[in-house]
Structures are given as C-alpha cells and as structure tokens.
Design a protein around this ligand. Structure first.
Ligand SMILES: C=CC1=C(C)c2cc3[nH]c(cc4nc(cc5[nH]c(cc1n2)c(C)c5CCC(=O)O)C(CCC(=O)O)=C4C)c(C)c3C=C
Ligand SMILES: [Fe+2]
Ligand SMILES: [Fe+2]
Length: 423
C-alpha cells in the first residue's frame, strides 16, 4: 500500500508502513512533509489542531491543547514574577471577591475546612470587606492599587534589564489571588510559545502561606494543560547576597538624607505561631535576613530589632508584634525609629497604611519623637539588578542568549558532526 508521507506523529498514529522514525522529530523543516489525514503544515512541521474549542479558556476538553506545535522553533523562555494580589477596586464588592478567594486558600488559613467555610462565609465576609475597602481607599491611586502598580513596573524594568544583559526572555507578572491570574498569564505565555518557565514569587522569605501557595496555583494550572512547560521555581531568596545588598543600600541612602535613628526596626508580615511550631521556616528566614542586612550595615545587636505585623484573627501570631513593640519603645528610651520591611518587595496596604500611618500614630501617641518608614525596594534600580542576578542564576543552562537562527545553525552543525562521526 502506498501511504502518503506524513509527519512522524501522524504516521505513528495511523500505523503507516512508513518508518515513523525515518524523519527525526527534531529535524528542521523538510520539504517532503505533506499533509496527512489531519492537516500537517507543509513547511514548518506543524501540527495545527483546527478546532478552536480545543484551545482557550477551560473548555469541555479536559486538557488545554497546544495551539502551535513547531519542532523547529526555539524553546522560548518565560520569567513569571508573582505577588500576593490585590482587589480590583477599593470597594466592598471587590474586597469581598478578593478576600473570598484569598482567605479560602487552605495554605493561608489552616483550619478544618468545614469550620472555616462557616466562619469565612457567615462572619468574616460580612464584616471585613467594608473595613478593608476603607483602608484600601486611603492608599489607592489614580492608576490603581500600589501593589499592582509596583509589580507592573518591576516586570517592565526586569524585562528591559534582562534584555540589556542580552537575554531573550518573555517577562510577565501575575497575582496569586485576583488579577491578572496565574492561569490567564500562563495562557498568554503558552500562546507566545514559552516552553521553559521560571517562576519567581516576590516573597524573599519562604512561607507555606505564600511561596507554597503560589506553587500550588502553578501545579493546579498544569493539571489542565496537555503540554506543560519545563519548570523552575524559586522558593526563597532571603539570604541572597544581591538582595541583602539592595536592602542595605536602600537603608544607607535613607541615612544619607535623614541621618540614623535610635533603632532600626525590621518589620515582616506575621503568620500564626502554630505554623512555625509545625515546621515552617519563615520565622528563621526573617531573622536571618535581618541579621545579614544588619551585618552589612555594621549595626550592633542593640541597634536593630525584628518584629512581625499584620495580625489576623485571635490566635497567637509570631512575636514580637510590631505595634506593641513601637508602643513600648518611648518608655524604654527609644524616641526615634526607622522601620524597614524586607519581606515586602513592593509597597502595599500593609506597608503604606499599616506601617506608614497606623504604627506611626501608635509610636507618637506613646511619646515617640521621630518615626520614619523606609519604603520598599519596589522597582528601584538596586532591586531590579538584584532580581536580575537571581533570575540569571536560575536561568542557567537555558540558553537565553542565543537567537532562534543561531540555535538552528548550532543544531545543523551538531547533526553534520554526528553524521560525519557515524560514517
Ligand atoms: C489570614 C491570614 C493571613 C496570613 C497567614 C497572611 C500571610 C502573609 N501575607 C503576606 C503579604 C501580604 N498580605 C497582604 C494583605 C492581607 N493579608 C491578610 C491575611 C493574611 N496574610 C489579609 C486579610 C490581607 C488583606 C488586607 C486586609 O483586609 O487587611 C498584602 C497586601 C495586599 C495589597 O493589596 O496591598 C501583602 C503583600 C505575606 C508575605 C504573608 C506571609 C508570610
Ligand atoms: Fe497577608
Ligand atoms: Fe526560627
């Protein structure tokens, strides 16, 4: 029987007498490839699935198919930075949507599901959205939520800097809760041909509630995809030299403009103490970050302190608490304080309002004289350079510096060499 010459996939599929492996799957485009029973792109060795229902946001198909399958193209590398997420607007309904998604995550609130479902839906979501909306209104800008704006700027600055360094990568950002969602952003990256993905959650200190939760979201997204990209995931960078350096330089620059205070307070987002006793390394990583920054700044142990902010609910969270510490400072003779939040890679509600406003009031009302909040690293050059180094290290071996043409040339040379050796 004379079967038409087909792509290796199709010939294997239809049990063609043509040796399915006579054309190597990795081969560059060959002119003898012709359409089979399914459409097989004649030049580019594409397998194009024509049914648009099979690709797109969660259709009736179990797996999202790959829209564009091209052996000869270079595997594109994507860098996805993520942060926690923020409401779409500073309004009660938007806060309700955001908090519902965020607080339903079992990584965030580790309480038996049925009990928590009732507390969340019957109590918290009836009270908190209005209160939080008011707080968000105090930090909201014309362009939107500060966390969103800083994250957008970080992604753009990283994309520009990595390009300057000669890397051919697609940089995007996503939020763990709310928008732009991880799934939509991964859809965009897949559509742009990303086959190698580096995920960098912008949480320097590992915590199950943040870093692992982001991994869960990526893993859960992958359960829906036919062709998952090669994955690298940064779980933490709390002691990364460039990150420590960026924090220390930021504080030094503040000292140059304003001078030093009695005390430098490193305030981190808190978590329930139970998570620490159950083995979460977050607490230790926060302390290590503080120590390394302090060493870089030549600070003695009594010149700085580590505290935890943003408590939620009634159980004990990591101590010492930032607010209680600041209230106690003046009576202990500490009248001037500078607060820096190394765990927040971008300014957000928890830094601008809670540290910049609320805790300032506590300190001043308790008799404090001078209170300064040192802003987060945001999209500042030092931060972008530090993150770029971290990204570069994690991209190693992924060949981001060669173009598609250079890659095709390299491939041809390797084949010619291999054929020469075989003869
Ligand atoms: C309910 C428990 C919470 C845990 C555990 C928690 C851990 C945690 N969070 C961050 C970073 C951020 N949290 C932010 C806001 C925020 N956090 C919680 C609760 C928990 N966080 C709530 C309810 C909120 C919403 C604000 C409010 O209603 O009070 C933010 C700011 C987001 C923004 O839009 O600006 C960040 C960032 C970390 C790093 C962390 C554990 C280490
Ligand atoms: Fe939080
Ligand atoms: Fe510890």
């Amino acid at each position: 029987m004379n079967w038409p010459k087909q792509s290796p996939h199709l010939s294997a599929y239809f049990k063609s007498p043509v040796d399915p492996y006579q054309i190597q799957c990795d081969d560059p485009p060959k002119s003898n490839l012709r359409g089979g029973l399914l459409r097989n792109d004649r030049n580019n060795h594409h397998l194009i699935l024509k049914n648009p229902l099979k690709y797109g946001p969660r259709s009736w198909m179990k797996y999202i198919n790959t829209p564009h399958y091209d052996h000869s193209s270079q595997a594109k590398v994507g860098v996805l930075i993520t942060n926690l997420g923020t409401p779409d607007e500073a309004t009660k309904p938007a806060l309700r949507r955001y908090l519902k998604e965020f607080l339903a995550d079992p990584r965030v609130v580790e309480v038996p599901r049925l009990i928590w479902w009732m507390v969340l839906n019957l109590v918290i979501l009836n009270i908190r959205p209005a209160r939080s909306a008011k707080a968000y209104q105090t930090v909201w800008t014309d362009e939107g939520s500060p966390l969103m704006i800083h994250t957008q700027h970080q992604a753009q600055a990283l994309s520009d800097h990595l390009k300057e360094l000669g890397h051919n990568v697609i940089v995007k950002y996503a939020m763990r809760y709310g928008n732009p969602s991880i799934t939509n952003t991964l859809d965009e990256m897949a559509a742009e041909g990303v086959q190698r993905l580096l995920v960098l959650p912008l949480y320097p200190q590992y915590c199950g509630a943040t870093s692992a939760s982001t991994f869960d979201a990526i893993a859960s997204d992958f359960t829906q995809r036919r062709w998952i990209p090669e994955l690298r995931f940064v779980t933490h960078y709390h002691d990364d030299a460039a990150y420590i350096d960026a924090c220390a330089e930021k504080i030094k620059a503040h000292w140059e403009d304003h001078g030093k205070a009695n005390k430098l307070l490193f305030s981190y987002h808190g978590i329930p103490k139970r998570y620490l006793t159950n083995g979460d390394p977050y607490h230790c990583e926060c302390y290590k970050t503080s120590r390394l920054i302090a060493e870089q700044l030549n600070l003695d142990e009594d010149e700085y302190m580590t505290t935890f902010q943003s408590r939620f609910g009634r159980e004990e969270w990591l101590k010492p608490y930032t607010d209680e510490t600041l209230k106690s400072f003046p009576s202990a003779g500490v009248h001037s304080v500078q607060v820096f939040c190394p765990g927040f890679s971008a300014d957000c509600l928890e830094t601008i309002e809670e540290i910049g406003e609320e805790n300032r009031e506590y300190f001043m009302e308790a008799g404090g004289k001078r209170y300064e909040y040192i802003t987060a690293l945001n999209a500042e050059v030092g931060h972008i350079h530090a993150l770029s180094q971290l990204i570069e290290r994690n991209l190693s071996g992924w060949n981001t510096k060669t173009t598609a043409t250079e890659n095709a040339q390299q491939l041809t040379q390797q084949r010619a060499k291999a054929m020469g050796a075989a003869q």
